[in-house]
Design a protein around this ligand. Structure first.
Ligand code: ZN
Length: 99
């Protein structure tokens, strides 16, 4: 687990063990969307919808952050992670997974 120096202390970032892209019906968007999913030690699976930016942790919807533009930032982070994995394309596929 890598720890980074942050302000007056250290923050330990649980290692991302596995990353996936899934296509599922988003409960917020009410339509099929691509989700960036990642698995971290201690925290389990996280998912971000690339349509609305909503996040889930181990099946529970994460509280919406009290911050401006959080949806836009979550969406662009999820999309860039999917692009980094080489799995982003305009063509909609039913289910793409990659370890
Ligand atoms: Zn959504």
């Amino acid at each position: 687990m890598p720890c980074v120096r942050y302000a007056n202390g250290f923050v330990c970032m649980p290692t991302i063990k596995e990353r996936r892209v899934r296509v599922m019906k988003c409960p917020t968007c009410k339509r099929r969307r691509r989700f960036y999913c990642w698995f971290q030690e201690w925290y389990g699976w996280h998912m971000t919808c690339t349509g609305c930016g909503e996040q889930w942790q181990d099946g529970e919807m994460c509280p919406r952050p009290f911050a401006p533009r959080w949806r836009k930032e979550n969406i662009s982070r999820a999309k860039s992670n999917i692009k980094e994995m080489g799995l982003w394309s305009r063509k909609k596929s039913s289910c793409v997974t990659k370890k």
